[in-house]
Design a protein around this ligand. Structure first.
Ligand code: SF4
Length: 305
């Protein structure tokens, strides 16, 4: 399988079948917290990357056993709106799965200033745009954008999306201690969030391994942040209470590697997603660590480059 991964347990979306449309780290930004590592190569050029025949075959194969899926989520290893004609992909997904599963798109918001991109996204059911800064300086510091990305246009793009899109919008804010959690920044966030008027505000924390030493605000500070930004904001917590519903794997090491190619994971993530016993997963992980195929950082396993 090359375009899909999972279903994986998602902190927000239950069991999510991930869709990865574009080559690794093809992105308009280079965020400090990116799990895919640093890259100076950023792009604003949109391409049609997917081989639709292969894409269709893979999705049919995955869904023929009726796996538990709460969302089909277009995100993956870069910025999905860099894929041209995203509406064609979303319509194809819905046709293949006969509208059985809702489609979510997770975007870094940088191309939402473009009317064509917003129009293509109308085919989705849920959009999760991110906004990690309330000022241009903080945006450049956290998201290290391509020179053509303009912060004010990005914010206007999210506001326009809100006006035009009929589905749900959950605005995601990654909080980095000492970077975007000053009172001045938070008050500007409140203003912007009010202007956007999303269905939900989700505050995320840098819990996955990345190239920099980052941390989220303390629990006490988080309470204050919720009060300032939006009283209904949710703090995205770890995966919990998900029943073990994914299909059983026969070749555990291969399944683990396929999963970790997409994103780092904890032992718990793997246990839930691969529906295997913790001791079996631990055994395979130790074997792969010993062989130098994997490394472990902050409780997350990731593939060695
Ligand atoms: S937008 Fe996503 S893929 Fe792009 S650099 Fe940021 S975290 Fe990485």
């Amino acid at each position: 399988m090359s375009y899909f991964y999972g279903p994986v347990p998602s902190r927000r979306l239950g069991f999510s079948l991930g869709v990865d449309l574009i080559p690794k780290k093809t992105c308009t930004l280079d965020c400090l917290y990116c799990q895919l590592g640093c890259s100076e190569k950023k792009t604003m050029k949109r391409f049609f990357y997917v081989d639709m025949r292969k894409f269709t075959q893979e999705l049919k194969e995955i869904t023929k056993t009726n796996p538990k899926i709460d969302y089909i989520t277009i995100s993956g290893s870069g910025e999905p709106t860099l894929h041209k004609s995203l509406d064609k992909i979303i319509h194809a997904i819905k046709r293949i799965v006969k509208n059985k599963y809702p489609v979510c798109v997770i975007t870094n918001s940088s191309l939402l200033y473009r009317k064509d991109v917003r129009n293509e996204l109308k085919a989705a059911d849920l959009i999760i745009p991110s906004l990690d800064a309330a000022t241009s300086g903080t945006f450049r510091r956290i998201n290290r954008p391509h020179k053509a990305v303009v912060f004010k246009k990005l914010v206007k793009g999210i506001i326009s999306l809100r006006k035009e899109f009929k589905g749900k919008i959950w605005l995601e804010i990654m909080l980095l201690a000492g970077v975007n959690d000053t009172i001045a920044e938070l008050e500007k966030f409140r203003e912007i969030v009010e202007n956007i008027n999303p269905d939900k505000v989700q505050l995320n924390l840098p819990v996955r391994p990345c190239s920099f030493k980052l941390s989220g605000p303390s629990p006490k500070k988080l309470e204050r942040i919720v009060e300032i930004i939006n009283n209904n904001a949710e703090i995205v917590a770890g995966v919990s209470n998900l029943k073990n519903r994914a299909k059983v794997s026969k070749d555990l090491a291969r399944e683990i590697l396929t999963f970790l190619k997409r994103r780092p994971a904890t032992l718990d993530d793997l246990v839930i997603s691969l529906a295997a016993r913790p001791r079996d997963i631990s055994k395979e992980l130790n074997f792969l660590l010993d062989k130098g195929v994997l490394r472990k950082q902050n409780n997350h396993f990731t593939i060695n480059d």
